[in-house]
Design a protein around this ligand. Structure first.
Ligand code: AMP
Ligand code: GLY
Length: 417
């Protein structure tokens, strides 16, 4: 039976979503807007003229294509109310409404929900007045963590080890409006220490089931040095996880969020991502995302054994189903030279035609130019592999990465370790 799915977004995560949905017999996958690599993928049809942030355009496209489900990748359209619009038009969609997406769009809202749900997180204060914030950092212990309240593309978190730098950061955020409205108010919280785990679940509004755990490598350089990036690679499962921890995160984090959102009459349907730090005092939530992580998704879905379309259609219809096993998988991000500050783009990418078993190259920042495929963004390709063990997956991903070449290309050599 034909099943038609529309994936909204244009990065590596959306390529992986499209690839995985396409594994179902009879599935037809559309991606808006996609990218050059997605358009060239024989599994997928790219709808390049509709932007992921064009809410009305996406709704019209979903209607015209008569899709059985729209799956939304990035946070911006979710925060912009795409799910509300699709639902209002009677179109099936998997994702949180605008109100629920506040969990990611406002760090303060997330803290409020955590307080109401009894979820453990760093102690914090919220400020929308610069003078009061300055007074607070002058008096408080350091290091501390300063977070822009709103969406800042992953760049709105600053760890500060002295009051002078904290004051400078606050002025930059609140006075100079470094992230516009998003940094007019800030959350200032305690600095925590410990390994980080990405924990994601699929929720139908009442019940949620976990996906495999993963570890994202956010820093640019090997050994976790250098600036934060969108993510340089991921390994599934997280090296720090256990079945007991996963159970604990379901009962202490995911389920309490669903409970509170239900009490507030805004049931949470969609992927729910908890960024967790395993501190000596136990797991603490650093952030919520209302979508899947990038690049965690590329590894997660490439190793997932169950059918994704079935799981998401069931959850969207109000009866989520548990997802079974996941193979270990590893994703290595190939980035442009100069990333994250000033990516050096426009270079031909060579070596993509090779096909190796149990590996797949998902595209993020690529475009077709004069018959060639060129790099157009910071993160260019997500080279992903699965294996019987994380070590095998990792070796396969790196073997494939070594066959791809473009001028300036950079990747970390320690993903998954
Ligand atoms: P967030 O966007 O809130 O997840 O923050 C981005 C990154 O900043 C996290 O992945 C952590 O590495 C770091 N971070 C955030 N909050 C804290 C905290 N309270 N203590 C230490 N590191 C943090
Ligand atoms: N990989 C972290 C994120 O997607 O926010």
């Amino acid at each position: 039976m034909e099943r038609r799915y529309l994936v909204v977004g244009n990065g590596g995560r959306e390529h992986a979503l499209a690839w995985k949905l396409a594994q179902r017999d009879g599935a037809r996958i559309f991606v808006a807007s996609g990218n050059a690599g997605i358009a060239a993928d024989p599994h997928v049809e790219a709808c390049s003229s509709v932007s992921p942030n064009d809410v009305e355009g996406i709704a019209s496209l979903a209607e015209k294509l008569a899709v059985h489900l729209t799956v939304v990748g990035p946070e911006a359209p979710l925060c912009g109310g795409l799910v509300n619009t699709l639902r209002a038009r009677g179109l099936p969609v998997f994702g949180p409404t605008r109100g629920c997406a506040e969990l990611e769009a406002s760090k303060y809202f997330a803290k409020e929900i955590m307080a109401a749900a009894g979820i453990e997180t760093a102690d914090y204060r919220v400020f929308d007045d610069l003078e009061l914030a300055l007074k607070h950092v002058h008096a408080r212990a350091h290091p501390c963590v300063i977070k822009a309240d709103g969406l800042a593309g992953g760049k709105g978190v600053v760890i500060s080890s002295d009051p002078l730098f904290s004051a400078e950061t606050l002025r930059d955020f609140m006075e100079n409006g470094r992230f516009g409205e998003a940094s007019k108010s800030v959350v200032i919280e305690d600095f925590l220490v410990g390994p980080e785990v990405s924990f994601m679940a699929v929720s139908d509004g009442k019940t949620a089931y976990p996906l495999a755990t993963s570890r994202d490598h956010k820093r640019l350089l090997d050994g976790d040095f250098g600036p934060n990036t969108g993510g340089m690679g991921a390994i599934v499962p997280s090296p720090d996880t256990s079945p007991e921890l996963e159970q604990l995160l379901m009962t202490r984090v995911i389920e309490p969020v669903l409970h509170v959102m239900n009490e507030r009459k805004t049931p949470y349907t969609g992927f729910l991502y908890a960024g967790i730090m395993l501190t000596p005092d136990g797991p603490r939530v650093l952030e919520f995302n209302v979508r899947l992580g990038d690049p965690e998704t590329q590894a997660l879905l490439f190793g997932m054994k169950d059918d994704l379309g079935t799981a998401l259609e069931s959850a969207a219809a109000g009866h989520a189903v548990p997802m079974g096993e996941f193979d270990p998988a590893c994703c290595v991000v190939l980035a442009s030279g100069g990333y994250p500050d000033a990516p050096d783009i426009g270079h031909e990418i060579r070596g993509l035609e090779l096909e190796t078993p149990d590996t797949y190259v998902f595209h993020a920042g690529t475009a077709a130019s004069e018959g060639q495929l060129v790099n157009t963004g910071g993160r260019v390709l997500s080279v992903t592999a699965r294996g019987k063990t994380p070590t095998e997956a990792r070796a396969r991903a790196y073997a494939r990465a070594s066959t791809i070449e473009f001028d300036g290309q950079y990747f970390r050599t320690d993903i998954g370790t």
